[in-house]
Design a protein around this ligand. Structure first.
Ligand SMILES: NC(=O)c1ccc[n+]([C@@H]2O[C@H](COP(=O)([O-])OP(=O)(O)OC[C@H]3O[C@@H](n4cnc5c(N)ncnc54)[C@H](OP(=O)(O)O)[C@@H]3O)[C@@H](O)[C@H]2O)c1
Length: 288
């Protein structure tokens, strides 16, 4: 069993840290809003630390799952950041969806400090985190990855090293490109079916078993039809992810015409007041 810290007890980080504690790891948590860390400790045991630095003190592995690049810099290299307390031979694992650039920047800082860094963004949403069945896409050194993989297994169904530092974030970008186009296609199909007067649930039930089937269709088709979006993966987060994707595409010269368009459609959903709605709310702009 490992001595670990977890920074960021949000929708994703809270349950991930809970799975670590349930497996018997010695878990210290940090959350910017301290009440959340205190509530987590009351429910799951372990210790709460007042700063990322204090949380990282004496740990073998430090995990983080915060919002974006700047949040990640704050909890690592900012004042009272975790990096100043990481011991030699320890590993920092970042589960935030962030840029490949910040992963490389932090990996370089980690190397200077004599510890390892793995970028490890996740897919599977809140339900995946709650049920401990996330998909984890990793970038880093194979020997360092081998040390953290058995611990990550506490909340992962699949965890794979995909290349050097940054490769995990680049893989997550592919994941978000797939989702953007797919959810727009599903939105148009459901919208079309409603206009045509079809029984949408019956149609989705049958076509989900054929070539059009997808996770989004199975898990979001029904709620899209009902216009329910008050759950899941927020549009604001998706726009953050797509801005990372489009910036990377400008650098690597990939052509992403549909992704760029869907990003603008999500901006329209935000202006409808849907910043915190689930990403399946793309259909809302077709039906307004
Ligand atoms: N939700 C999903 O379905 C999902 C799926 C895959 C990936 N992700 C990614 O996972 C990451 C976390 O998502 P989430 O849904 O768990 O978000 P969330 O519920 O909003 O939680 C964010 C966490 O980060 C902390 N935080 C944010 N900025 C901080 C800062 N500057 N300093 C210290 N702590 C900070 C927050 O602390 P406070 O409690 O103080 O606000 C909170 O603990 C994001 O990168 C997201 O894109 C999310």
């Amino acid at each position: 069993m490992a001595k670990v810290a977890f920074l960021g007890l949000g929708v994703m980080g809270g349950p991930m840290a809970r799975h670590l504690a349930a497996k018997g790891h010695d878990v210290t948590v940090y959350n910017r809003t301290k009440a959340k860390a205190d509530a987590w400790v009351s429910a799951h045991g372990g210790k709460a630390a007042a700063t990322p630095r204090e949380a990282a003190e004496g740990q073998e592995i430090v995990f983080a799952c915060v919002g974006n690049d700047d949040d990640l810099r704050q909890v690592t290299i900012g004042p009272d950041g975790a990096f100043s307390a990481m011991g030699r031979g320890t590993v920092f694992v970042d589960h935030t969806t962030a840029s490949a650039e910040v992963a490389r920047e932090l990996a370089a800082a980690a190397e200077t400090g004599g510890f390892g860094f793995v970028d490890a963004p996740v897919s599977g949403g809140q339900a995946g985190a709650e049920n401990g069945v996330l998909t984890v896409m990793c970038g880093g050194d194979p020997e360092i990855f081998a040390r953290v993989e058995p611990v990550i297994a506490a909340y992962a169904r699949a965890c794979r090293l995909l290349g050097p530092v940054g490769a995990g974030q680049l893989a997550k970008m592919m994941n978000q490109i797939c989702i953007a186009g797919l959810v727009q296609g599903l939105s148009e199909a459901v919208h079309f079916g409603k206009q045509a007067g079809l029984d949408i649930e019956a149609v989705l039930d049958v076509i989900s078993k054929g070539a059009a089937g997808s996770w989004q269709m199975e898990n979001r088709g029904k709620t899209m039809n009902e216009g329910k979006f008050d759950f899941g993966f927020a549009v604001d987060w998706m726009r953050k992810d797509l801005s990372i994707v489009l910036a990377e595409a400008r650098r690597n010269k990939a052509k992403l015409p549909v992704t760029a368009l869907v990003d603008q459609f999500y901006a329209e959903v935000q202006s409808l007041g849907g910043g915190r709605w689930d990403t399946s709310s793309l259909i809302a702009r077709l039906e307004k």
